[in-house]
Design a binder for this molecule. Sequence first.
Ligand code: 13P
Ligand code: SF4
Length: 308
Amino acid sequence: MTGTREIPMELIAEIQRLKTARNAVILAHNYQRPEVQDIADFVGDSLELSIKASKLTDIDVIEFCSVDFMGETAKLLAPTKTVLLPDPQAGCPMADMVTPEGLRALKAQYPGVPVVCYVNTSAAVKAECDITCTSANAVKVVNSLPGDTVIFAPDQCLGAWVQRHTEKKLILWEGYCPTHNRILPEHIAAQRAAHPGAEVMIHPECPMELLEMAEHVVSTGGMVRVAKESPATAFIVATEEGMLHRLRKENPDKQFFHIAATAICPNMKKTTLEKVLWSLQDLQTPVSIPDAVADRARQAIERMIALS
Ligand code: 13P
Ligand code: SF4
């Protein structure tokens, strides 16, 4: 889907020129196309990108190459900056599985129970929660809350993983990531047979049955660290395929095998270099969040960042 193609140097040069003219910084998620990662100033997981956005001072524009909820998070943390999405249609089906009304109805069933929202949610949903989390800090966030019960939305797979690592009782929303749910146990078995000795690193958005088969259950940022720090020299990477580019680039002496061709997020792949260029040319599409939700959503994210 993202196969190799020649990238016109003029396109890259024009993006760089416009980036300077607009006083912009380009942030990209680890799942972005290789050529988009390569022109970014910073590539990271969703927690690292949020922290980065919150610390940017001397710039006017954040060009956010990912999906919409991460652009919203950046806007909440950097409200005075213009945050641009190269393709506003790049959404997240898991984030769409929970609405503010739905979450309010669940909260009404459990009065007083604190609510954790995965960052893969809209700003309007974040406004309904006490604190957000990412896959890098979910256990820490849940354990930081008072009481013995916590509502966790929307990823039931990440929630089930957190449940294994906390004494608290989690009430799980039944959302899931369609991309990570297309990774199957037989994919792991086949890759292990093809690459004996390779360690499996897997994202906690995958079902528990698969997490139990892996050596490392980590966020995308965690995968970068495991690849560097582990003495292993070969890895089976059970997450979205964009991850492989960074792992290979930063560890040229190690081998990385993608779990399966089914693990491609169509939304993460919507951002192309051309769209980055057009976005910087026209200052489109700016993220805008209604005041009615922005303050509450920001508080939930800032509570998470304070724990980092
Ligand atoms: P992380 O980069 O936080 O591991 O999240 C993965 C993801 O699915 C983003 O959509
Ligand atoms: Fe959403 Fe899954 Fe795509 Fe991440 S990989 S943006 S969770 S659909």
